[in-house]
Design a protein around this ligand. Structure first.
Ligand code: NAD
Length: 339
């Protein structure tokens, strides 16, 4: 392919370590990639006066695609989430999080292969909170027909395009009859346009239990923003933890690829972070760039390294560092089996 420029946001905490690892792995694919590195997150505030400087948005609007490390959001006070802001300002309405069992990774489950499709722009993440009177706060859950119909169509299109059989809408419309009720109505309406894909519904608490009992029963999960956030981490836990869970934020034209995990301040700077979640996010990015062959080779190299069992980070019970795992995946890609 012709040279492709990609915006790179290393982010905070373990972000720069896993971002460097992903760049190293992609360099071994042989693709001609140019990285435009821009700062975002808590670390950007000192130099740029904002956790999301304008030139970050400008870069993504120009390159149309970004690979992003996690960014820190203070709890309770401080700046608003860079992720929420990015998703809203670039209209990255769909959050796609494939969850699959990987070889060699200890987990209670085998054969997990599901996809979480999370609405990414509204719900309780609208950031509309205020104090009504001292001691009483209100947080507004916004659900619109436009966003719900759009994410529902996205889930069915994704199912159809990837040979998936079933879409399960996850909700709490027994309690939030209007908001989750509208979300469900939109899912049902979308389902009618895809008679080849099975459609069903599950209340979020039951869905959480069913996922823990037997995640192999699920195929595509379709959720509003908050449930999607929580269920994604739950699903990451089903296949070995946050170090293994990739993700993509997709809009009509722009896309930002990032792992499900956060900045992991407890292990930052120690070369202990598992880079596989971001490496797999990068492989989703290659699919998006119509480099399906390179994407498959990256996933095969990850599988090969995990099957070998030697180069695993501490979260998977190993002793290898972030850089060693990245090198192992890169060597596999560059070697005869990966090439
Ligand atoms: P976290 O995902 O950062 O960490 C949770 C646990 O998982 C920690 O024990 C951590 O060490 C471990 N972990 C996470 N990623 C790992 C990896 N790649 N390898 C090995 N272990 C890993 O969640 P948190 O502690 O709740 O959040 C920390 C910060 O990250 C907060 O500021 C939060 O707002 C932010 N965050 C950012 C994003 C994002 O940028 N997309 C997502 C979630 C959280």
């Amino acid at each position: 392919m012709a040279r492709r420029t990609i915006t790179l946001i290393p982010g905070d905490g373990i972000g720069p370590e896993v971002a460097a690892a992903a760049v190293r792995v992609l360099s071994a694919t042989g693709l001609d990639l140019e990285w435009e590195t821009v700062p975002a997150g808590a670390g950007a505030i000192g130099e740029h006066g904002s956790p999301l400087p304008d030139h970050v948005l400008e870069s993504i609007r120009r390159t149309k695609v970004a690979l992003k490390g996690p960014t820190e959001t203070p709890v309770g006070t401080g700046h608003r989430s860079v992720n929420v802001e990015l998703r809203k300002r670039l209209d990255l309405f769909a959050n796609l999080r494939p969850v699959r069992s990987l070889p060699g990774v200890k987990s209670r489950y085998e054969g997990v292969d599901l996809v979480v499709v999370r609405e990414n722009t509204e719900d309780l993440y609208s950031g509309l909170e205020h104090v009504v009177v001292p001691g009483v706060v209100e947080s507004l859950k916004i659900i619109t027909e436009r966003a719900s119909a759009r994410i529902a169509r996205f889930a069915f299109e994704h199912a159809r395009a990837h040979g998936r059989q079933r879409v399960t809408a996850v909700h709490k419309a027994n309690i939030m009859k209007l908001s989750d009720g509208l979300f469900l109505e939109c899912c049902r309406a979308a389902a009618k346009g895809y008679p080849d894909v099975r459609y069903d519904e599950m209340i979020v608490d039951n869905a959480s239990m069913q996922l823990v009992l037997d995640p192999t029963r699920f195929d595509v999960l379709l959720l509003p923003n908050l449930y999607g956030d929580i269920v994604s981490d739950l699903c990451a836990g089903l296949v070995g933890g946050l170090g293994m869970a990739p993700g993509a934020n997709l809009g009509e034209e722009l896309a930002v690829f990032e792992a499900v995990h956060g900045s992991a301040p407890d292990i930052a700077g120690k070369n202990r972070a598992n880079p596989i979640a971001l490496v797999l996010s990068a492989s989703l990015m290659l699919d998006h760039l119509s480099e399906g062959d390179a994407a498959r080779r990256v996933r095969a190299a990850v599988d090969a390294v995990l099957s070998g069992g030697e180069k695993m980070t501490p979260d998977l019970g190993g002793t290898a560092g972030t850089t060693e795992v990245a090198e192992a995946i890169a060597s596999h890609l560059a070697g005869p089996a990966g090439g």
